[in-house]
Design a binder for this molecule. Structure first.
Ligand SMILES: Nc1ncnc2c1ncn2[C@@H]1O[C@H](COP(=O)(O)OP(=O)(O)O)[C@@H](O)[C@H]1O
Ligand SMILES: [Mg+2]
Length: 344
């Protein structure tokens, strides 16, 4: 097991939610929240997952952790004890792996019960995973709070007594409590003021170094990802449309959707600002996604082919590892094969 080996492999992962209508709740369609994702998460990396709201980032993050089950495809975990296909396990089988894979949500309220003290919320997973005595649990919770730069005594207070930034630190402490290997951070800093954001991000990076963590960092905010992430996957309507080294995404953006997202980042440079690409309209409904390339109705380069043919993720030349993009109009792919045929 080397750093950079995949810790998780996703192959053709789909999550389709049924749409039920009428008094009889007949299934009349499906929300294609995640629609055929191939992706490796490498051990020790920070993998950014970006895209507008509604693109399927949260659903993909939950599918990685088996908090929602994929309706098709596989998620395989790879560790010291070999490879395990998580998607084929039942809840009892997943118990062993849940400990290794954790999530931090945007809103820490969802993991902190307002009626419980911080200790009450944080001791729960510890008890679940076998820390028997209350004294031991108090020691661990105190250590965890110190690890996220809070005072041990905070454990006897209630969630409402803390600020948003502090609650997010507590959410991180809770995710860390059972010593996971991978944490999905779902918009973990998006609700915080910029200065508090920076502190929490710095904390996340320190903890990553200390504890050899792997992060999947979900955000709609591309100004956060450049310095934080090693690689970035750009999602649109349930699909990955571009995947590459973080620096490469900013320096050599290939997909028109990524270009539009990046140009929307506020920049001090007025010259750059004037080249802003305005994304027309909203993300289309994932119940009836557009034919061909899902981005074609909003793409300023659209040609006829885009309206009928679904573009595969193809590999392009890059100085920094692989650069994948799904667009018919980009020239000179390195190989004409899609990713799926190259890595079974
Ligand atoms: N439990 C669910 N049932 C039905 N539709 C859902 C469910 N969860 C998410 N969706 C839909 O799936 C799409 C992707 O949602 P989500 O994964 O939350 O995107 P993001 O995190 O990128 O904003 C949206 O259209 C959303 O309405
Ligand atoms: Mg989300």
């Amino acid at each position: 097991m080397q750093p950079n080996d995949p810790i998780l492999k996703l192959r053709d992962v789909q999550v389709h939610f049924p749409v039920k209508t009428g008094v009889f709740k007949r299934v009349t369609g499906h929300v294609r929240a995640v629609d055929g994702v191939d992706l490796d998460v490498r051990r020790g990396e920070v993998l950014g997952l970006v895209g507008e709201s509604g693109c399927g980032k949260t659903t993909l993050g939950k599918a990685i952790l088996q908090l929602v089950r994929a309706t098709q495809g596989t998620v395989t975990y790879s560790g010291e004890d070999g490879e395990t296909e998580l998607t084929s396990l039942d809840d009892a089988g997943l118990f062993r792996f849940r400990k290794r894979l954790q999530i931090v949500f945007q809103d820490p309220h969802s993991s902190l019960n307002p009626a419980f003290t911080i200790f009450g919320s944080l001791e729960d997973p510890l008890r679940h995973y076998g820390v028997k005595t209350r004294e031991e649990r108090r020691k661990i919770v105190g250590d965890l709070l110190e690890a996220v730069n809070m005072r041990r005594e905070s454990m006897d207070r209630y969630p409402h007594e803390f600020s948003g930034g502090q609650r997010q630190r507590i959410g991180i402490a809770r995710a860390l409590s059972i010593e996971p290997e991978l944490i999905v951070c779902d918009e973990a800093v998006s609700a915080l003021d910029v200065s508090i954001q920076a502190q929490v991000l710095q904390l996340l990076m320190e903890l990553k170094r200390e504890k050899n963590l792997t992060y999947v960092f979900i955000t709609h905010d591309l100004s956060v990802t450049e310095y934080l992430c090693d690689r970035i996957a750009v999602m649109y309507l349930g699909k990955i449309v571009e995947l590459c080294d973080a620096e490469d995404l900013y320096a050599n953006t290939l997909h028109p959707y990524s270009q539009a997202l990046l140009s929307a980042i506020p920049v001090a440079d007025l010259d750059k600002k004037s080249r802003r690409i305005v994304l027309q309209g909203d993300v289309p409904s994932p119940v009836n996604p557009p034919s061909g390339c899902p981005f074609h109705p909003r793409c300023r380069y659209v040609v006829d082919r885009c309206k009928t043919e679904v573009p595969e993720l193809r590999r392009f030349k890059s100085a920094k590892g692989e650069h994948m993009a799904a667009c018919h109009l980009i020239d000179q792919p390195l190989a004409e094969q899609p990713l799926r045929t190259e890595s079974p």
